[in-house]
Design a binder for this molecule. Structure first.
Ligand code: IYR
Length: 223
């Protein structure tokens, strides 16, 4: 393929002192984000979900293939179907498919096979990873670094939602193959993460977790 024409880089005009205050502000904002299970049923305008998807879609991706599809569901009937199918899988998982070690690691988070939030939330968005591209004529196009690209897009999606005051849960009902059939997705797409999205319930609580300090998550070669 021929080279693309070049355009000027749209750098943000920021001086070093401002970088520091912006960094603090972003840290404080993202440090307040938590995975939530207690949602309000207050409606969320579709426009906000559209914007979050567009923001996520600015993520870098292998060879700029943007190998993701966000499937947005507000239909009560479809949310119910997703809940029923997810709970059936999760019941199997909690009832024996998960290792004792895994169950023990989750114990402090107080999760169970029950997923009532899948019906409470105004929106469920399922991110599908396109393992390869499908052209209009049915031919396949190779995608690169699909897992990495979708992981980055998922992070940016979560960040965009949080920035709007919306809450979500990075949910991976396991296995999630049922979502492909339920949502009628083509065979090149694999469900990657399911996001229930809404405003937090007024009395919402989250586990009192601590985040690792910088020295536990980084190593420096900086004389
Ligand atoms: N998918 C299950 C189990 C689960 C797994 C992890 I790793 C978590 O951080 C939380 C839950 C569930 O959604 O309950």
């Amino acid at each position: 393929m021929s080279k693309l024409p070049q355009v000027p880089y749209r750098a943000l005009p920021i001086d070093p002192a401002e970088s520091s205050s912006r960094a603090d502000a972003l840290f404080d904002e993202l440090d307040a984000r938590r995975s939530l299970r207690d949602f309000s049923d207050r409606p969320v305008p579709r426009e906000l979900i559209e914007r979050a998807i567009l923001t996520a879609s600015t993520a870098p991706s292998g060879a700029h293939m943007q190998p993701w599809t966000f499937v947005a569901v507000s239909s009560a009937d479809m949310k119910r179907k997703i809940r029923v199918a997810a709970e059936a899988e999760e019941k199997e998982s909690y009832g024996g498919r998960m290792s004792d070690e895994w169950i023990e690691a989750l114990a402090p988070l107080d999760t169970t096979w029950e997923k009532p939030f899948l019906e409470t939330v105004p929106w469920i968005v399922v991110l599908f990873a396109q393992r390869y591209g499908l052209e209009a004529d049915g031919s396949k196009r190779k995608h690169y670094y699909v897992q990495e690209s979708c992981g980055i897009a998922a992070g940016m999606f979560i960040t965009a939602l949080h920035h709007m005051g919306l809450a979500t849960l990075t949910h991976t009902p396991s296995p999630m193959r049922f979502l492909t059939g339920l949502l009628g997705r083509p065979q090149n797409e694999a469900p990657y993460i399911l996001f229930p999205i809404g405003y937090p319930a007024e009395d919402a609580t989250v586990p009192d977790l601590e985040r690792k300090p910088l020295e536990d998550v980084s190593v420096w070669f900086d004389p």
